[in-house]
Design a protein around this ligand. Sequence first.
Ligand code: 3PG
Length: 205
Amino acid sequence: MKHELLDLSPVMPVVVVDDADAAVGAARALLAGGIKVIELTLRTDVALAAIERVASAVPDIVVGAGTVTTAGQARQAADAGASFLVTPGCTERLLEAASSTGLPFLPGVSTVSEAMRLAEHGVSALKFFPAEPSGGVAYLKAIAGPLPSLRFCPTGGITPDNAPGYLALPTVACVGGSWLTPRDALSAKDFARIETLARKAAALR
Ligand code: 3PG
């Protein structure tokens, strides 16, 4: 994955969508709050349609597909217009499928060997997942010695309170989190609340 994508915003919003209209509203609200990227997770039936809608209706936000766990989903996400792919972990098939889309790819890792294996394939930007249960800031600090050229987007258990600790690490490009788009705000179409959360997140760095 091109590091520039990770540098777009200090926080990569991880969004679970139940409604494509709400996804468009959330994307606009994030952008208004200064967040230039959105990860729509393939956890619901409407996710692919939402990616398509956001990509065409909110062209100024970079929309990616998250929770990509199969080769088929990687292709579907690319066809829907995703600009990048995020996976919680990585397999050979997934790596092959993601590479064949030509899209920037942010695969999840939680161990040194997983990170080294992906580095052998030329992947140097990684999602550290699940960040907090896997050892958090202390773990990332410890592996920066042997793996200084890798960059991470820690995700999983990140909050506005612990995000600054991650963002202070030289190997952390941005953090990922679902707190910018609470499900109740999405279902109530409370986009003003999402914009406020986005503005605070954008100011984290
Ligand atoms: C993810 O899907 O990447 C994580 O589940 C997001 O984790 P969070 O809900 O703890 O932010």
